[in-house]
Design a protein around this ligand. Structure first.
Ligand code: ZN
Length: 300
């Protein structure tokens, strides 16, 4: 009897030990599973929360994914402003068109700028004219809304350096002036541009050399309004009216008081139209040159 009772006790003892062991195994399995699945959730959540910067104009998911890899990679729906390939790495003052081909390109520098950029955009919109805006990087940063408005109205954007410095620059500084401006234009508007205008039209301070090495087109002008000197409206108009077919007109939407430019612009447009002129962007003007027999004022 005693041995039987002992056996039963032993069996009970083993039963409880097994039960505890099994419970421990099941318990630890559940704990491990819970911990693992939580970690997975965190990983998925972490990916979704990964900060993705994208230019405001890019809307598609593909563009978003692309931009997350590299800021410099163009989103799917980004816009690129380029001269025709034969103008890459060249300096352009104007294009030679037959006298009956009355086309001019209006260009506006040193913006974007509060008030005047929008006033000029309004005049151009009312007259169904597309122009070219050479923007300063620090002004794009300071006035992003105006920069976006330029693009939204269908105008062409060019690079006019970050600081608008005239001094001689080594290749590193020249690169920084041009590339930082390219980046802020891209981040702000989603547009890329290989159109470059050196501040002051200076070709020998390192900036134009860098731009040409990058195969950008250095765009100068053939008719200077000298509006930055704030001449009378009549003088400003007279200077612009010296333009010839294929010409590029220089005016300013930013960089100072541009009220004379804003006042003169509708009269300039009317006078040129009366003479039979049509208005195109800089890349369009260069395309027109290519449709003729090439003899552009393109200098290396
Ligand atoms: Zn300028």
């Amino acid at each position: 009897m005693k041995t039987r009772i002992k056996k039963i006790r032993l069996k009970r003892k083993f039963f409880w030990r097994r039960l505890i062991l099994i419970s421990l195994i099941i318990g630890s399995s559940i704990l491990t599973y819970t911990l693992l699945s939580k970690r997975n959730q965190q990983e998925v959540f972490g990916q979704a929360q990964y900060p993705i910067q994208m230019p405001p104009n890019t809307l598609s998911y593909e563009a978003l994914n692309k931009t997350s890899h590299s800021q410099t990679e163009a989103p799917v729906n980004s816009i690129s402003f380029n001269a025709p390939s034969n103008f890459a790495g060249t300096v352009v003052y104007d294009v030679k068109l037959p006298k009956k081909e009355k086309y001019v390109a209006l260009t506006f520098d040193d913006g974007p700028w509060p008030n005047t950029t929008d006033q000029i955009l309004k005049i151009l919109r009312q007259n169904h004219i597309k122009a070219t805006f050479f923007m300063i990087g620090e002004n794009v940063k300071a006035h992003p809304v105006q920069a976006k408005n330029v693009l939204a109205d269908g105008h062409v954007i060019g690079n006019h350096t970050w600081h608008h410095w005239y001094m001689h620059m080594n290749p590193q500084l020249a690169a920084s002036e041009i590339e930082s401006t390219a980046n802020i234009i891209y981040k702000t508007t989603g547009a890329k541009t290989t159109l470059f205008r050196p501040p002051g039209g200076i070709l020998n301070n390192g900036l134009a050399d860098y731009a040409k090495n990058q195969n950008h087109s250095v765009i100068l002008w053939s008719a200077d309004s000298e509006d930055y000197r704030i001449p009378s409206v009549a003088t400003l108009i007279k200077r612009v009216m010296k333009v010839a077919p294929g010409g590029i007109v220089l005016m300013h939407d930013g960089g100072g008081n541009r009220s004379h430019t804003v006042t003169a612009l509708p009269q300039i447009i009317n006078k040129l139209r009366k003479q039979g002129y049509k208005f195109v962007t800089v890349p369009e003007l260069l395309e027109l040159q290519n449709k003729q027999q090439p003899s552009a004022t393109a200098k290396n």
